[in-house]
Design a protein around this ligand. Structure first.
Ligand code: SF4
Length: 346
């Protein structure tokens, strides 16, 4: 019976320590196993050449390793984008998306089953909150994309289901594992955490010194009146507190923060909103990604016209705001954290 060495939850150093404690093995064996699992997707180490003279150990570690990435129950391709649903061990389902970019793939991963923040424009927000994902379940999405779907992603964005900072420890441990050079080896500058912005969590992140890790703020409003209307959770910091926190965030000189702004017709799309937004972001080294709202079933909001989106972007540009070029269709799913919900069967 497996004693459950959950390798996907462990950095190399953590794995090495456990291997040493359980088996008295050192860095040579740890390197081989970690590489086989994370780089080659191999869990059966009995035929690995490096272990040809230590078959007892190879058998023991093979039965000891435990990887529960869940079961892929639906895979859907749209406009080059691949969405997949994973059924977890307790039957909860999560959604992930792999998006092809010009030179690489980006994977959008979930951090929770549902979300407790209840943002009105967000599909995930309508599901309610079920539970946090474990580090293994978060990493499992990248693992499944790579080894089950053959989709290797260079960039990883925490913009799937859930508010990543509401599951802070597991998300940060996942970032550490993803970043480990002996495993997936994803540079921190290729990992983005998208958040609604809560002061304490942002400050906690900055205290970790994870230089290069990208932050994206799901702002979606030009003032607190509109923001609390569409993002009602009391856990979300006021816009002034958020701005103060971001101004003091330890960005390197070249770094900017992404601010996503879901443009919703008759809610946050006026000239005054653009002016107020431009004024708000002025002291923050940032780029704004304006995303037209994409109505979901039973949505209380409507999508703005293409002309309106262009006009809003032009107003911002005239104010000197850097705007990220609007994403092609498939990438709109990354509008903000948790724009995902269960894929409807077609
Ligand atoms: S936008 Fe983010 S924080 Fe808000 S409900 Fe959706 S997943 Fe949760």
């Amino acid at each position: 019976m497996s004693s459950g060495l959950k390798i996907l939850e462990l950095t190399f150093d953590e794995f090495l320590e456990i291997l040493h404690t359980r088996y008295g093995k050192g860095i040579y064996h740890a390197r081989v196993i970690y590489r086989e699992v994370f780089q080659n997707g191999i869990l059966d180490l009995k035929n690995t050449r490096a272990f040809s003279n230590s078959q007892n150990f190879a058998h023991a570690i093979t039965s000891d390793l435990e990887i529960n990435t869940g079961k892929l129950i639906e895979i859907k391709k749209e406009d080059g984008t691949t969405k997949f649903i994973t059924r977890l061990q307790d039957d909860h389902e999560i959604e992930s998306v792999v998006i092809p970019m010009a030179t690489h793939n980006t994977i959008c991963v979930s951090s929770q089953v549902g979300c407790r923040f209840g943002c009105k424009f967000c599909q995930t927000g309508q599901l309610g909150f079920a539970r946090n994902l474990t580090t293994e379940e978060i990493i499992g999405q990248v693992y499944s994309a790579k080894f089950k779907l053959n989709l290797i992603a260079r960039n990883i964005v925490f913009m799937g289901m859930g508010e990543p900072f509401d599951n802070f420890e597991n998300v940060i441990q996942a970032v550490r594992v993803l970043n480990d050079q002996r495993g997936f080896n994803v540079a921190l500058r290729y990992i983005t955490i998208s958040t609604v912005g809560e002061k304490t969590a942002i400050q906690k992140l900055s205290s970790l010194g994870m230089k290069g890790l990208r932050l994206s703020i799901s702002l979606n409003a030009s003032n607190d009146r509109i923001r609390t209307q569409i993002m009602p959770s009391r856990k979300i910091s006021s816009m002034e507190t958020l701005r103060h926190t971001l101004i003091h965030y330890p960005f390197s000189k070249k770094e900017t923060i992404f601010i996503t702004y879901v443009l919703i017709q008759n809610i946050n799309d006026t000239y005054e909103d653009a002016l107020e937004l431009a004024e708000y972001v002025k002291p923050i080294p940032s780029k704004i990604n304006v995303i037209p709202y994409n109505p979901r079933s039973a949505s209380p909001f409507e999508s703005p016209s293409t002309e309106k989106v262009m006009q809003f972007c032009n107003w911002l540009a005239e104010c000197g705001v850097f705007i990220r070029k609007r994403s092609p269709k498939g990438q709109d799913v990354m509008a903000a954290c948790g724009q995902l919900g269960k894929i409807k069967k077609s």
